[in-house]
Design a protein around this ligand. Structure first.
Ligand SMILES: C[S@@+](CC[C@H](N)C(=O)[O-])C[C@H]1O[C@@H](n2cnc3c(N)ncnc32)[C@H](O)[C@@H]1O
Length: 228
């Protein structure tokens, strides 16, 4: 399988398929991932028709979920996984069987989409932090809140990606994970990598979409250069 590798200071970025590449990378202190969600992307009425974001999500297969087996407790001390509400019933038992403890945390959005679609408003996104001995959540008491409140990126801050995560959210998550090495197998535009570099950690990212990979290279290069 062809792959491109780009090294940027403490970061190594792979352009390719994470299911093929992640098992070859060996131990990482933390796998931090925002994989494709599973959710019903149809519906939403007039508001949905006037917005292209959901079309992009479907075109890029970001509503099709992911294979849980990419989370391997023999290859990492802890994992942080973003997921949709509909994925929790299957994800939590998988993590419960793989890690010693886990916590469901939330990113509370200040600017949620104004839709409900016969459900609740999407005012929060879930992420699960699961860990084994020695890799429990890190930080001062204020940093150990299970909730982070932040705006959803808009305009240029989306970097041309339909589901980019805010810096404030990723900075908090990276502060909360133990250890020196962070891997994101669904890197997108490199939000985890930017946070990891800023936190002084080593980062390995994998992304199969060339346009998003290029954005990640640019963002992480800028983050490394900003450190001086
Ligand atoms: C939800 S997005 C991550 C967005 C990222 N957190 C950010 O802030 O930019 C998931 C990403 O995983 C990528 N992806 C999906 N399946 C993949 C695979 N098998 N190997 C590598 N990347 C994959 C998609 O192209 C997408 O950019």
């Amino acid at each position: 399988m062809s792959r491109t590798i780009v090294n940027i200071g403490p970061a190594r970025l792979y352009l390719g398929d994470s299911y093929a590449i992640r098992p070859t990378l060996g131990w990482m202190d933390a796998d931090v991932m925002d994989p494709p969600y599973v959710f019903r992307a149809a519906g939403g009425g007039h508001y949905r028709k006037s917005r292209t974001g959901m079309d992009e999500i479907m075109e890029q297969g970001l509503d099709q979920g992911f294979d849980h087996s990419i989370i391997n407790p023999l290859m990492c001390g802890a994992v942080v996984v973003f997921c949709h509400n509909d994925q929790l019933p299957k994800l939590l038992p998988y993590l419960d069987g793989s890690f010693k403890r886990q916590a469901v945390c939330i990113w509370r959005k200040l600017n949620p989409q104004p839709v409900a679609n016969k459900h609740y408003r999407p005012v929060m996104e879930f992420y699960v932090h699961a860990w084994n001995d020695g890799f429990h959540p890190q930080g001062e008491l204020a940093d150990l809140d299970r909730q982070i409140v932040a705006m959803s990126p808009r305009g240029a801050d989306k970097f041309g990606h339909p589901t980019v995560k805010p810096d404030a959210v990723m900075d908090k998550i990276v502060r909360n994970v133990a250890g020196e090495t962070v891997c994101d197998p669904f890197m997108g535009t490199g939000s985890t990598g930017v946070a990891a570099v800023r936190a002084g950690k080593r980062f390995v990212g994998i992304e199969h979409n060339p346009a998003h990979f290029e954005t990640a290279v640019r963002r992480i290069t800028e983050a490394v250069e900003a450190l001086g």
